[in-house]
Every structure is written in C-alpha cells, then in structure tokens.
Design a protein around this ligand. Structure first.
Ligand code: FMN
Length: 155
C-alpha cells in the first residue's frame, strides 16, 4: 500500500510527542526506553515495547521479571549508555540487585519492580505488559525529557 507520508515524516510526527526516559533492566543488562505507559491501576499494570531486531528480548525477559528505572534530568549519560551496544552496561553505572536478581539503578526518579503479565508480538516489536510488584519514588529529582530526538529538562 502506498502511504501519503514517508517514514521520516512519520518518525518526526511520533517524535513530536514528548516523553520521559526510562531504563529497563533485568538480571544481566538493560536498555533505554521511552515507550513506557501506565495501563491500569487495578490490577497495577504498565506497558512498553521492545524492538526485537535490536534487543534480545528472550534473554532480557528470561526470569519473567524486569525493572523500569525512571531517569532524572542529570542522567543523560545513563540514557546514552543504555541506548548503546556496550556489552557490559551494568558495570558502568551504580546499581544494586534486589532479592530476585534484578538490577536497580541508583539516583533515579524512582523505579517499578515488575513481573511479566503478558507479551504480545507485533511485527518486529514485542509489547510487554508488566504487573507492578513493588516500587520506590524519589521526590527530590526532576525528570529527563525526550522530544524531537533531543533530551530536554522541565524549566
Ligand atoms: C530516548 C530513547 C528511547 C528508546 N526507547 C526504546 C523503546 O521503547 N524500546 C526499544 O526496544 N528500544 C528503545 N530505544 C533503543 C534502545 O535503547 C537501543 O536499541 C539499545 O541499543 C538496545 O540495547 P541492547 O542492544 O543492549 O538491547 C530507545 C532509545 C532512546 C535513545
């Protein structure tokens, strides 16, 4: 089917929607994510997507758990690291492991500890619905924003 817009224009349109930035982590690594959305309060659900061509989602989700770390305005370097192909990202950021062996980053706006509730394959992405098992909130920090392919801060 011929579209009336090209891929670059579509990308620009999607990029006109400002988002926060998070890092999804599990037992051995993680990656930068801005497709996070809250989904439901009862049950407590969120959703995000994994681009299967780039990320080994099977390894990432192999323990059926993951963490969403909400990045603060001073964590652009953390976002860049986790958007890279570095093979040992966790060793380069301060973090700890919870009792389920999930890596949790320090100095963020807070995090969600999740179990995998459902996975839906769509084209080259997998939609992951996570159930919140625990969380923490840091009220002292401001968010990192992503808008039109650039990082921003709330002023
Ligand atoms: C701001 C930003 C948001 C991103 N959001 C997503 C996302 O929601 N899902 C995804 O699969 N990749 C997303 N990416 C791309 C991944 O972070 C990138 O492909 C990363 O290199 C994957 O790491 P890995 O190869 O170690 O899995 C995003 C990148 C940036 C910079």
């Amino acid at each position: 089917m011929t579209e009336i817009f090209d891929k670059d224009t579509l990308k620009k349109s999607f990029g006109s929607f400002a988002t926060g930035v998070c890092v999804a982590t599990s037992h051995s690594g993680g990656f930068t994510v801005n497709s996070f959305s809250s989904l439901s309060l009862e049950p407590p659900l969120m959703i995000f997507n994994i681009y299967k061509t780039e990320t080994d989602h099977i390894s990432f989700l192999s323990l059926n758990r993951f963490i969403i770390n909400f990045l603060a305005s001073d964590q652009q370097d953390v976002s860049n690291l986790f958007a890279s192909k570095d093979t040992d990202k966790l060793s380069k950021v301060s973090h700890y492991k919870n009792e389920k062996d999930m890596a949790i980053l320090y100095d963020t706006l807070g995090h969600l500890e999740l179990s995998v509730y459902q996975q839906i394959d769509i084209a080259d992405h997998v939609l992951v619905i996570g159930k919140v098992e625990d969380l923490s909130i840091n009220n002292e920090k401001e968010p990192l924003i992503y808008f039109k392919s650039k990082y921003r801060e709330i002023k």
